[in-house]
Write a protein that binds this ligand. Structure first.
Ligand code: NAD
Length: 448
């Protein structure tokens, strides 16, 4: 779907109106293309103290071939237009250290290039060594969320909390947040814990993995299937029989297998497990993407409308996950990914059924993450905001236009933005990433 307003703002007349009337000015957001570097411009790195995390960040920057300088060198250079600013704040042990944020960012933030990236890395507050450290670390959230609202021209700001001794787990997460793969992830907090050190090939991190994607015939599900296949996975796509042609097209293009079924069918978990075992020898990745909306205010809500949404969006992922775990069709070391929604976080008028189901998906993540740690199975969820698909094309015009603009990037996201976030979760190198719910919403004002 095209955003005609955004196209108009790029015309000479549109530019004049945007400038003179102070209208929203959504910047073009470049997406990652195959063969492109992680960051295509200079990076400035700063820190409060020398830490293992800071060393790991600098090692990664060297590894991806980024030209980077430290704060002192960078700020001194007048031609510098940094593409990314990375600040290691794990060394903040008390609130007095927070002044380093202002000292580092104020002189350099105006120079940040178009679609630039700001990443602040902190210590997980709950795992801090002292109350003083916990307070200082918790304060970073307010800083990053506010800066996300200040930066312009498609730039994003995100916070990564890393647990003690988990600095060796940073790579896949930093690669994601530095690159255009995170174009529509803004104002978010990701948490990284300890885990086994798993090295994957950045060109094909999912090689040898089999990924189940439900609702893969179109929209976000089709994009997830394509991106996971791009990253080397073999995809098993599921959708309802009515969408057989679309599913076939998507799966043929990526060499995946198809299973036509309704995920709410009583025997759906068993049929999915049987297909996975028979055709692929089991699963390494499970993406619960199939979802529906049936909006009505609660006073007008019919029982069947309520049940349909709860059944597809929550009961099916719950039942399928339970069966895949019990039967062993999902291998140890695997990754489960739910698709929630910002409506499940903020609530939405006319969506009691949908928001209940999507908040339940967050419950699924929180309930399973600690319980599956022993099997080294990780579970995370994305919570999309306004994404340009058939689902949002059906939203009445005025509501749709508001939905697109009320976020820091002033535009809707693309299905690929959700898919890239899922690919980061699915990467075995993200071994320390579990229990996260990351919004893909351009820093929506809803529920922020
Ligand atoms: P969509 O309607 O374009 O596609 C959904 C797909 O799921 C369709 O192919 C559909 O046939 C399939 N599906 C629906 N019910 C099914 C069932 N019972 N069994 C098997 N397949 C079924 O929707 P989309 O916009 O691509 O949304 C994908 C997911 O993202 C959903 O879970 C949705 O709730 C979530 N989401 C979307 C947005 C957005 O802005 N588009 C925002 C937040 C969350």
């Amino acid at each position: 779907m095209t955003d005609r307003y955004q196209t108009f703002t790029r015309t000479p007349v549109g530019r004049t109106l945007v400038k003179n009337l102070g209208l929203p000015d959504p910047a073009p957001l470049p997406r990652w293309t195959e063969g492109a570097p992680v960051v295509d411009g200079p990076v400035v790195f700063g820190s409060i103290a020398e830490t293992d995390t800071g060393k790991a960040i600098q090692a990664l920057l060297r590894d991806i071939g980024a030209s980077f300088s430290t704060a002192a060198e960078g700020v001194a250079s007048s031609e510098l237009r940094p593409k990314a600013l990375v600040f290691d704040a794990t060394g903040a042990t008390s609130t007095a250290d927070l002044s380093s944020l202002q000292r580092f960012f104020s002189p350099v933030i105006r120079q940040l290039g178009a679609a630039g990236r700001v990443i602040v890395v902190g210590r997980t507050p709950e795992l801090a060594a002292s109350p003083e450290q916990q307070i200082a670390q918790r304060a970073l959230e307010g800083f990053t969320r506010s800066l996300g609202k200040e930066v312009k021209r498609g730039a994003t700001v995100n916070l990564v909390y890393v647990a003690p001794d988990a600095h060796d787990q940073l790579d896949s997460t930093l690669r994601f947040f530095l690159s255009p793969k995170s174009a529509y992830v803004d104002g978010q907090v990701a948490r990284i814990g300890t885990g086994p050190l798993v090295a994957t090939d950045p060109a094909a991190p999912l090689a040898g993995k089999v990924a189940l994607v439900t609702g893969a015939a179109r929209g976000i599900g089709a994009a997830i299937a394509q991106i996971l296949a791009r990253d080397g996975a073999t995809v098993m796509g599921v959708d309802v029989p009515q969408n057989a042609n679309d599913l076939r097209q998507v799966m043929t293009a990526i060499g995946g297998s198809e299973l036509l079924l309704d995920v709410t069918a009583i025997d759906a978990p068993q049929r999915i497990a049987a297909h996975a075992e028979e055709h692929h020898g089991g699963l390494g990745i499970v993406v619960h993407n199939a979802g529906i909306t049936r909006d009505k205010r609660l006073a007008n809500m019919r029982t069947d409308t309520w049940d349909a949404v709860l059944d597809v969006n929550l009961r099916a992922p719950e039942r399928i996950t339970a069966h895949l775990l019990e039967s062993g069709a999902l291998h140890d070391g695997g990754s489960v990914i739910g698709v929630s929604s910002i409506a499940g976080i903020a609530g939405n008028n006319g969506q009691t059924n949908y928001a209940t189901s999507k908040a339940g998906v967050i419950g699924l993540v929180q309930a399973y993450a600690p319980r599956l740690a022993e099997r080294q199975i990780r579970i995370n969820a994305v919570a999309p905001g306004f994404i340009e698909t058939e689902m949002t094309a059906r939203v009445p015009f005025a509501i749709r236009e508001v939905g697109r603009r009320i976020n820091s990037l002033q535009q809707g996201g693309q299905p690929v933005d959700v898919a890239e976030t899922i690919a980061w979760f699915a990467d075995p190198a993200s071994a320390g990433v579990t229990g996260n719910v990351v919004r893909v919403c351009g820093q929506s004002m809803l529920g922020a």
